[in-house]
Design a protein around this ligand. Structure first.
Ligand SMILES: NC(=O)C1=CN([C@@H]2O[C@H](COP(=O)(O)OP(=O)(O)OC[C@H]3O[C@@H](n4cnc5c(N)ncnc54)[C@H](O)[C@@H]3O)[C@@H](O)[C@H]2O)C=CC1
Ligand SMILES: O=C(O)[C@@H]1CCC=N1
Length: 280
């Protein structure tokens, strides 16, 4: 991976120790794509959080990153976009032409990262999601022109170890962010609403929770085996004059479709806005 010969382990440094770094580390360690002894994580100043991650995963943590960065096969930018400039400037001197930088920063373009680093290196912009923690991320990556075929394959291998990994043109990243980067949150939003409605209808908390989780798992599996035929699957459940029809009619009357569509599109606009703040 990333230029290493077989048998030598990938050295990965995460700059940022939040939920996305944790999800990738959890999934990466579980799948074997990452090894605890070669995974290093730092953050801005929260030593308690670093200790938590060290205890939970047995990974390496700390603030002495310079030498670690110089030896890293891959540097993962896992801070919030607003912290990107400060984070990149702090590590800029440790990056060289052999470095492979993977950016998770929503909205932030490869050109901004190139310019802030200020020297040529391979940059991979990735948009995973937090389901990486259970090996089910949907990740899209885009590359700068210095990424070699081998580095590209290594990035695909790394993200494939924590779910689905595909390559897109960078121009599609706002749409990807809106659909699959934020996507799990939309499903959780629906789950929250169903939980509340189920309890209001008289189910106890645990019963409603178990039924909803299994319903979501089953529906995702059905979508997967039917190659995404959502409309056909929905119609198969909707008997004429039945309960599902009553629910969908109510959703339609309340413009739920339009609301979801508008929300997803607004996420893409927000991704563009974030990017606009980080243009060269
Ligand atoms: N949370 C999600 O579902 C997804 C997040 N992303 C992207 O991943 C990135 C991280 O997101 P989260 O993990 O949710 O954020 P978070 O807020 O949970 O974690 C951010 C981390 O960055 C650290 N940090 C901030 N400034 C730093 C600096 N100068 N040097 C080192 N560390 C610094 C913070 O201390 C914190 O540990 C963001 O850019 C986000 O756009 C991408 C896909 C999905
Ligand atoms: O909300 C955000 O900005 C990040 C990017 C995709 C998911 N979470």
């Amino acid at each position: 991976m990333f230029g290493q010969q077989g048998g030598i382990k990938l050295k990965a440094v995460f700059i940022g120790a939040g939920s996305m770094a944790e999800a990738i580390i959890a999934g990466g360690l579980k799948s074997g794509a990452l090894q605890a002894e070669n995974t290093y994580v730092t953050n801005r100043s929260d030593a308690i959080r670093l200790n938590e991650l060290a205890n939970q995963f047995g990974i390496q943590t700390g603030y002495e990153v310079e030498s670690v960065l110089q030896e890293a096969d891959v540097i993962v930018l896992a801070m919030k976009p607003k912290d990107a400039a400060a984070g990149l400037e702090a590590i800029q001197s440790s990056i060289n032409e052999h470095s492979v930088v993977i950016s998770l920063l929503a909205g932030v373009g490869i050109d901004f990262i190139e310019k802030t680093i200020g020297k040529p290196c391979s940059i991979i912009r990735a948009m995973p999601n937090t389901s990486a923690a259970v090996g089910k991320s949907a990740t899209a990556i885009a590359l700068n022109e210095l990424v070699t075929a081998e580095q590209h394959q290594s990035a695909i291998d790394l993200f494939a170890a924590i779910g689905l990994a595909i390559t897109v043109d960078e121009s599609q990243m706002d749409a990807v962010t809106a659909v699959s980067g934020s996507g799990p949150a939309y499903i959780y939003y629906v789950a929250e609403v169903m939980q509340k409605a189920g309890e209001e209808l008289g189910l106890d908390h645990e019963t409603a929770k178990s039924l909803i989780i299994q319903t979501l798992l089953g529906a995702a599996d059905m979508l997967s085996v039917s190659d995404g035929q959502a409309a056909a699957l929905r119609k198969a459940i909707t008997s004429e004059g039945g309960t599902t029809e009553a629910a969908i009619r109510t959703f339609d009357e309340m413009n739920v479709k339009e609301a979801i569509s508008a929300g997803v599109k607004e996420a893409a606009v927000q991704s563009k806005r974030l990017g606009a703040a980080y243009q060269c």
